[in-house]
Design a protein around this ligand. Structure first.
Ligand SMILES: N[C@@H](CCC(=O)N[C@@H](CS)C(=O)NCC(=O)O)C(=O)O
Length: 202
């Protein structure tokens, strides 16, 4: 299998952490691509029409995207336990969706800062994205700590990757303020070997 990859993509990081945790690193070749919404990666066009990473090319079926589909596929392939079969599955999927929502808002902010021409920037729109992130972090801190502290699952991995991305691109916003329990959890979770090995560079 071939994973279309980027060293700073937090969505790719979710897949990489899962590959570490389920011992499947050897089964996947990495192809690094660089693309943005206004300058898509050429090598992705024929594989993944949305031209986003991660995308997983397989010998025996169509290329998979997005990160949630790829993670569920790879976990099932390894008979992993990161998406439980019992009723707790819906909590895991909701937690992963919450973390991915943080990422979606944070990535929109990054693109706005980096890609949009100066005279077209809209501060209120950027701040509205941060409001979503701020609210989501508060909910994680208030309602999800018991789950985050339980057995490893994909919801936790997604939250770890989302918080890591906030540190990478929006550190000055200070997501830890008022979220002590979440900050303490992340300090420990971020030291898992799978998280250390996939720390974003750049
Ligand atoms: N929902 C997708 C989001 C993937 C995504 O937005 N990836 C970014 C890199 S962090 C990308 O490839 N952006 C290029 C673009 O939007 O054209 C997922 O979970 O995989």
């Amino acid at each position: 299998m071939k994973l279309y990859h980027s060293l700073t993509s937090p969505y790719v990081r979710k897949v990489m952490v899962l590959l570490h945790e389920t011992d499947q690193l050897e089964d996947v070749e990495l192809e690094t691509v660089a693309g943005t919404p206004i300058s898509p990666a050429e090598s992705l066009v024929s594989k993944a029409p949305l031209t986003k990473v991660p995308a997983l090319e397989r010998p025996d079926g169509p290329t998979l995207f997005d990160s949630r589909v790829i993670c569920a596929f790879l976990d099932a392939r390894a008979s992993g336990k990161l998406y439980p079969e019992h009723a707790g599955r819906w909590d895991v999927l909701t937690l992963e969706a919450l973390a991915d929502g943080i990422l979606d808002a944070a990535l929109l902010m990054t693109y706005e800062y980096r890609l949009r021409p100066e005279d077209k920037k809209w501060d209120a729109w950027i701040e509205s994205q941060w409001v979503k992130i701020d609210r989501a972090c508060a909910v994680l801190n208030q309602r999800w700590m018991a789950h985050l502290s339980g057995p490893l699952d994909m919801g936790q991995v997604a939250v770890g990757c989302a918080l890591g991305y906030l540190d990478l691109r929006h550190d000055a916003r200070g997501w830890r303020k008022g979220n002590d329990a979440l900050a303490t959890w992340f300090a420990e979770f971020g030291e898992r070997p799978s998280m250390v090995a996939t720390r974003p560079q750049g």
